[in-house]
Structures are given as C-alpha cells and as structure tokens.
Ligand binder design. Structure first.
Ligand code: TYD
Ligand code: MG
Length: 401
C-alpha cells in the first residue's frame, strides 16, 4: 500500500490510453485501452469475438506492441488461417495454446507482452482447484489471478467469454463485477451488423457502442451507423418510425417497426425485438386508457431494424407512434423523427440531450421532429428543421398524420 495522496496532487495523463487503431473499437472502450485494465468481451459463439480481438492484437502489434494470444479452443494453425484472412502479419503477435493458467503465467513472464488475450476464459483452468474448467469457481479464480497480474504489470488483458442467448450459462456474468470493462456483442448472427456495447466501463461512458459489419476479410468498421441503420427503410410504410437514440455519447438514428393487426388467438401475441416487452405492454395500456385506442384484441409486434437494442425511455413516443401508424394503416411523414418519454398519465416528458438528437436527424436529411413540449422550449431553433411539441399522447393524433 502506498502513502495516502492528496487528490489535488494526483496527475491525470490523458495520453495514457493506447489507441488500438480501430476507431470504432476505441470508441466503445471510451477512447482506447487503459494500462492494466481487465476487459471482458462476451457474446454468442460465432458472433466474432475471436475475430475482433485478433484484429485488435494485429493492429497493436503493427504499432510495435507485443501481444500474446492464448487460445484454449483453437490450434495455432487455425488462428494462423484466421490471421491470413484478416491480413495480419507480425513478428510481435504471439500465439500460445493450452489449458492451464499456471503454464500460461510462465509464458507471460517470459514474453512480457504489452497486450494479453485469453480466448476463452471458459477453457482455461487452475490446478489449484479440483473443479472443472468453465465452472464458476474456476472462472473466478483464474480471472482474479489475471486481474492481479494485469494490475501489477500494467498489461491490458482481454478475457473472451461465451454467452448463450439469454446470457445465463456458466456466465461471464459472474465476472462482471470483477473486471474494469464489460463489452458485449449485441444482437444475433442473423443481422449483418455486429454491435459491440460497453455495458460497464470504469474508464468511459457506459452504453457506448462500436458498430461493425462482418465481411470476408473480418470486421469492418461502420463509421456512420445512422445511415446504415436507415438504409433499408421502406418508403412511406405504415408502422415505420425513425427515432434518434443516444448510445453512450453518440446519437444514432434507428428505425422502429410495428405491426398491429387483429389477432386470431384468444391471447393476442406481443413480440418485441430490440425493445423491452414490458415497456411495450405499459405503452399499450397507456394508449388504451389515455387515447381510447384499445388494442387488447390485436397482435402486436415491435422490432428495432438492424439488430440494435434500444432501452431508452426516449424511444416511447416513437414506439407509440409506430403502433398507431400500423393500427390505423397510415404512414407517418417520411421526413420526421420522433422522441420523448411517456408517463403513465399519458404525459410526454422531456429527455436528455434533445439538441444532439435533432442535429443528428438534420445531418441525415430529416426536416421535422416531434418531441415533448418541454424539450421544444429548451432547444434553439434550427434552420430547415421544424420542431413540433406535444405534452400528452392525447394531442399526438393531431400532429402525427
Ligand atoms: P469468430 O471470431 O470465430 O467467432 P467467436 O470467436 O465469437 O466464436 O468468427 C465468427 C464467424 O465469422 C465465423 O462463422 C466466420 C465468420 N468470419 C467472416 O465472415 N469473415 C472473417 O474474416 C472471419 C475471420 C470470420
Ligand atoms: Mg472464438
């Protein structure tokens, strides 16, 4: 333990973050890799974890930093084949395979890498515990040792962890409190985009996302996610609404799609992909009670196009508008974006960063924005952007169509 230091005497060096050379990934990290940080990268098998981290290791190696990539899943030849696809050639990138963390420590002490990768944390074990690799006890013990090592040597260390669809089994979840940063691949493999989200970050904003596309030659950065997420938006389709979200520090436009129709079933279906289904139920109840729009006998499907997860209440007004639009089979104005939180009394509430959202919409060519009255009052008027304020869902129909 060192001497206590006065907080004013502690210096902050903004340069201490190491850029990986992949700006979308640096963004998710909050600006780059912090020395000595322990990072968990989780995601479904096959989503691209090994690919992404190999690309990161490749870039750092090209900058002259030594990387050690431990694999408990693949042979050096398999990793080499992947590296070939990704055009990674480096004398600074070292591969080691095995199963035992004690062996790995010997290699780490010998090589003194600047970056350490454990692929995956479920396939490495310590001889000190009798339990099987991948068990919760093993995961914890191995991770604690790697944490200590990362802190002592200042080496950023990635732990790759598999999660199943519900994030449950032998969870990297149990490691979340231990590590400094938790990154998850969002969505599933049926989408062409790969979204990496920082769900926890001791060194940056949470919910920051990096957006990639899986190509033949690895993960390619998507620099302008709003444009990509809206690319396949149908023209003047009922049930489609664009909402400006804030993901971390960045505004991103996404398309919400709703499909509402009479249900042939006694228990109508409610399906939500990319948004919380409890939130949908709440909004449907508010629509019934406050707008007289009863949808109890309707099947309702809500989907966020592109595979992004949206959990901001700011999406409420857009979701409700999409449901109304589909229910009435009337498209909303194609040039309009919609955001605002809805309360149980049907009131439309202001949300954070109203201007940032509007500016992003303007940048992408939208010319109208429907928002809460309170946000409208706090925003500077913008040229070529008509702002329409509502204070309750009761007034929504008048301005929507
Ligand atoms: P991988 O990184 O092995 O996934 P994970 O480590 O999360 O299990 O790669 C996943 C998929 O990506 C695999 O099915 C093949 C595909 N892929 C490409 O499409 N292009 C590429 O350049 C690479 C390396 C992989
Ligand atoms: Mg892998």
């Amino acid at each position: 333990m060192g001497q206590p230091q006065a907080i004013d005497s502690i210096s902050l060096d903004p340069e201490h973050r190491r850029k990986t050379g992949i700006p979308e990934f640096d963004r998710a990290l909050g600006g780059g890799l912090v020395p000595g940080s322990l990072l968990l990268l989780g995601g479904e098998p096959g989503i691209g974890k090994s690919t992404l981290i190999l690309q990161v290791a490749g870039r750092l190696s090209a900058q002259g930093f030594k990387s050690l990539y431990f694999s408990g899943e693949e042979s050096p030849q398999q990793i080499k084949m992947r590296a070939e696809r990704l055009s990674i050639h480096s004398e600074n990138l070292f591969i080691v395979t095995g199963t035992c963390v004690e062996d790995l420590f010997k290699r780490m002490e010998g090589l003194k890498p600047d970056l350490m990768v454990i692929d995956s944390i479920q396939t490495i074990h310590t001889d000190a515990l009798p339990s099987a690799p991948g068990s919760v006890g093993q995961l914890r013990e191995v991770s604690v040792r790697l944490l200590r090592w990362a802190k002592e040597t200042g080496t950023p260390t990635f732990l790759i962890g598999h999660v199943t669809k519900d994030g449950a089994i032998a969870g990297p979840k149990v490691l979340e409190h231990l590590v400094d940063t938790v990154l998850y691949f969002e969505g599933d493999m049926s989408h062409m985009f790969r979204i990496v989200r920082a769900v926890k970050n001791r060194y940056g904003a949470t919910n920051e996302i990096g957006v990639f596309e899986m190509k033949e030659t690895g993960l390619e950065e998507v620099g302008n996610p709003s444009r990509i997420f809206l690319e396949e938006r149908p023209d003047k389709a009922a049930g489609s609404v664009v909402i400006p979200c804030i993901e971390g520090t960045r505004p991103v436009l996404v398309e919400i799609q709703a499909l509402v129709g009479p249900s042939p079933l006694g228990m109508p279906r409610r399906t939500a992909i990319g948004v919380d289904h409890n939130r949908i139920s709440l909004l449907v109840a508010v629509m019934g009670k406050r707008m007289g729009m009863e949808m109890g006998d309707q099947d309702i499907f809500v989907n966020v196009a592109g595979g992004l997860k949206v959990d901001e209440p700011a999406a409420d007004l857009g979701i409700v508008s999409a449901m109304i639009s589909s229910f009435l089979d009337r498209p909303v104005d194609n040039d309009m974006v919609i955001y605002g939180e809805i309360g149980l009394a049907g009131e439309v509430r202001g949300v954070n960063q109203p201007e940032l959202r509007i500016k992003e919409a303007k940048k992408l060519g939208f010319s109208r924005c429907l928002l809460s009255k309170s946000n409208l009052e706090s925003c500077e008027p913008l040229s070529d952007m008509e702002l329409v304020g509502v204070d309750s869902v009761k007034g929504l129909m008048d301005v929507l169509f």
